[in-house]
Ligand binder design. Structure first.
Ligand code: C2E
Ligand code: MG
Ligand code: MG
Length: 745
């Protein structure tokens, strides 16, 4: 089918060309020329009608275009009927009635295709855009009217009523409608490839209108003879219709890519005005330069001045639309625009660009307690500070509220951005005088340096991440964005690390304080980061907890530690009764499948449940939900021990401890630290140890670093402990050696 269509187009194209050469060569009689021309139309019209039907029926077409093409194809069908009946009337019936049957179909063509054109999809527009578009189209329409009036319509109406005058007048009116509809299509069109079909259609319609006007003009002055230039133009117009339908079908089937971009066709109304004045000038020249010549010059000048005036106020409006009224800085619109411009250009070699995002600290309380005027004064002071640090070419803007941004497209290096940020921080520390008050604000600044891949939104998001980080780590600070500030990317990195086996588990022995005998080991995770070296849990556990990777991480640690402990038991009989304690994060505890996961791991590794102790942080213990309690009880029933880690730091609501099935309390290091030197610390530690005993739990002291601390703990009856004094966390192999050495003692 596609091949047939292409073949049809090629054949028709060749025929048209041969016909043109034949006509210009002047071969054949006038009658023959007219007949041949008449004969060319019906196949051409049949071709574009069939191609139109194919467009309407093509599967990939959107609904709106389908409706539009339905009308366009219907108008093509009108042409087919008109041309076919004209061929029969002219060649066979020699019927010269005017207007003939065919002529009415030519007329119907106009409104039908106008509807089709108006239905064609365009860019979504606002109300004011639509009004402007209508005005532009009317400008083009008015100048077209002048041309039509001068060439056809005026003379038709001026001559005495004759037969068919209504028809002769209707034809240019139809043309005017066509031009109006076509203008709106061109002004509305989207930037996507769909334009090609529309442009071909537009070309066809323009050719058609020109042919109509030419025909009308000849008809008025000399009488039209078939097969001459208007006919050739019509034929060419028809051919463009066929090409347009073919193109539309092809581009519908091709995958649409690329975003729509705005196509500025603003010159269209100006072109139309120029055309209208050109025509006036032409007429005036014929009429002699007085009186119209000077008047036309005046009118042209007037129009020119009005247009310039209009452009000037347009610029003024734009200035208003892109500045922040309060501070006079760029507003969010302009900042976004500049940022988009920045990221659209390639970076100049040896230079770099940066975005600073500035958010005031403690702005809201000032605004709330001193009023909005005070707030405004501060915002204006910030704007002044920004103006001091930016250089020409930079953009300083207010994004809204107390958030500002500076775009610096041309810096020698990233350090320059940081230096400017520091200067800004300093400048902002100067208090603002408001009445008899001194108002002090500070700002947190996030800095993002443009790297090749970041688009404008990403760049701003990076600066935002950095700013947020600056706020979190103490305010009044500057923070440069680096990928590892990004929770999401770090979370993804951590998940990859788990999958890639970058995590390792170290073990810290828990000993009997009386004889140093190892009773348990605590599994502590580490991350052998490919570039940052061995990372301790405090570098990644919080983030993992926040972003969710803690769940797979915790499962991995448990599985790994259990498997390791089984290997120890198999290799060293002395380690048979060694307990294993593993930290469980709050997020893991809330997982509905916690019990299945843990029993599954125990079953897979073959590690006995009675030897496993899970350490919960106090936050879990503090507010246990019924589900949590049920899960923990289920674990206890299976023999798994439960410990409260860092006991004492969370100001435990003791009543909850009674509800929970915990059997180990790990007294936090902070209670152990001063125990040997500070009597009060010793009393507190003593109380905590007693408390543990009162709950019937095994008490383990954490963070024992000195022999004195160990002695003090022993003295208060604490039996178990862990700390650097005894053993630092170590890898799995080292545990075996240490255990053997301890056993042989
Ligand atoms: P934690 O569970 O309280 O673990 C004890 C921490 O205290 C360990 O730090 C250990 O190295 C350290 N420590 C032990 N003895 C001493 C001492 O004498 N002096 C001092 N200054 N420190 C001592 P680490 O390995 O850096 O782990 C820190 C925290 O990270 C752990 O505190 C635990 O809350 C968490 N963590 C470690 N591994 C995991 C894990 O697999 N899952 C979860 N959810 N959290 C883990
Ligand atoms: Mg622990
Ligand atoms: Mg602890």
């Amino acid at each position: 089918m596609d091949r047939a269509a292409s073949a049809g187009l090629v054949v028709c194209g060749v025929l048209l060309f041969v016909h043109l050469v034949w006509y210009i060569g002047g071969w054949g009689s006038e009658t023959l020329q007219a007949y041949v021309t008449d004969g060319m139309y019906p196949p051409l019209a049949l071709l574009f009608t069939l191609l139109g039907v194919r467009v309407v029926r093509s599967p990939g077409l959107d609904e709106r275009s389908r409706r539009a093409w339905l009308f366009i194809t219907a108008s093509f069908a009108c042409q087919l009927i008109a041309h076919t009946s004209w061929f029969i009337e002219d060649v066979f019936l020699h019927d010269t009635t005017y207007p003939s049957f065919a002529d009415y179909w030519f007329l119907i063509f106009d409104p039908v295709i106008v509807v089709g054109l108006l239905l064609l999809p365009g860019q979504p527009r606002s109300r004011s855009d639509k009004i402007k578009l209508t005005l532009d189209a009317l400008v083009v329409g008015a100048s077209t009217f002048m041309v039509l009036w001068y060439l056809v319509l005026g003379p038709v109406l001026a001559t005495a009523p004759v037969d068919g005058m209504a028809y002769s007048a209707a034809l240019p009116v139809g043309d005017l409608m066509l031009v109006l509809a076509l203008t709106t299509v061109l002004l509305r069109r989207t930037g996507v490839a769909a334009d090609k079909a529309v442009l071909l259609l537009a070309g066809g319609i323009v050719t058609y209108v020109v042919a109509d006007v030419y025909y009308g003009y000849i008809q008025l002055h000399a009488g039209f003879v078939g097969g001459t230039w208007p006919d050739l133009l019509w034929l060419f117009g028809c051919y463009l219709f066929a090409l347009s339908a073919h193109r539309q079908r092809r581009q519908t089937l091709a995958i649409r890519t690329g975003r729509g971009r705005r196509v500025a066709v603003n010159w269209l109304p100006y072109g139309a005005i120029a055309l209208a004045y050109g025509l006036l000038g032409l007429v005036a020249r014929r009429e002699g330069w007085y009186p119209f010549g000077g008047m036309i010059v005046g009118a042209v000048t007037l129009t020119f001045l009005v247009v310039v005036r209009q452009m000037y106020s347009l610029r003024e409006n734009r200035d208003l639309a892109i500045t922040d009224a309060l501070t006079g800085l760029a507003n969010r619109t302009l900042v976004t625009e500049r940022l988009a411009q920045l990221t659209a250009r390639p970076q100049r070699a040896g230079r770099c660009s940066a975005v600073l995002l500035i958010d005031l600290d403690r702005f809201k309380p000032i605004n709330d307690s001193y009023g909005h005027e005070a707030g405004d004064a501060i915002l204006r002071a910030v704007a002044a500070a920004l103006r001091q640090v930016v250089r020409t070419g930079d953009t300083a803007g207010r994004l809204g509220g107390d958030e500002f941004a500076v775009i610096m497209p041309n810096l020698p290096n990233p350090a320059a951005a940081l230096a400017i940020g520091e200067r800004l921080l300093d400048a902002l520390r100067t208090p603002v005088i408001f009445g008899d008050q001194l108002l002090a604000v500070e700002a947190s600044i996030g800095v993002a340096i443009r790297d090749g891949s970041a688009d404008s939104e990403q760049l701003l998001a990076h600066a935002d991440t950095a700013m947020y980080h600056a706020k979190r780590s103490g305010r009044g600070r500057l923070q440069l964005y680096t990928a590892d500030l990004d929770t999401r990317s770090r979370d993804a990195e951590l998940r990859r690390a788990i999958a890639n086996g970058e995590l390792i588990v170290h073990y810290q022995p828990v000993v009997d304080l009386n004889d140093g005998h190892i009773v348990a080991v605590e599994a502590l995770v580490r991350w052998a980061h490919p570039t940052r070296g061995l990372l301790m849990p405090d570098a990644f556990i919080d983030l993992a907890e926040e972003a969710g990777a803690i769940v797979p991480l915790g499962e991995w640690v448990l599985r790994e530690a259990c498997a390791q402990a089984v290997r120890w038991r198999d290799g060293v009989p002395a380690l048979d009764a060694l307990r294993l304690t593993v930290n469980l994060s709050p997020k893991q505890v809330t997982q509905p499948n916690l019990v299945q996961t843990i029993t599954g791991i125990l079953a897979d590794t073959g590690y006995p449940a009675e030897l496993l102790v899970l350490e919960l942080t106090e936050s879990v213990v503090l507010e246990p939900t019924p589900e949590t309690v049920a899960r923990l009880e289920a674990l206890r029933e299976r023999g798994v021990g439960l410990a409260v880690d860092d006991f004492g730091t969370g100001f435990s609501a003791l009543s909850y401890l009674r509800q929970l099935p915990v059997n180990v309390l790990k007294v936090d290091r902070s209670f152990v630290t001063g125990i040997a030197t500070d009597p009060q610390a010793r009393q507190v530690a003593d109380a905590v140890v007693r408390l543990g005993e009162a709950f019937g739990a095994t008490v383990v002291a954490e963070g024992i670093e000195t022999v004195e601390q160990a002695a003090a703990l022993r003295a208060m009856g604490c039996r178990l402990g862990q700390g650097f004094y005894y053993h630092r966390p170590m890898d799995g192999d080292a545990v075996v050696d240490v255990a053997k050495a301890a056993a042989s003692r």
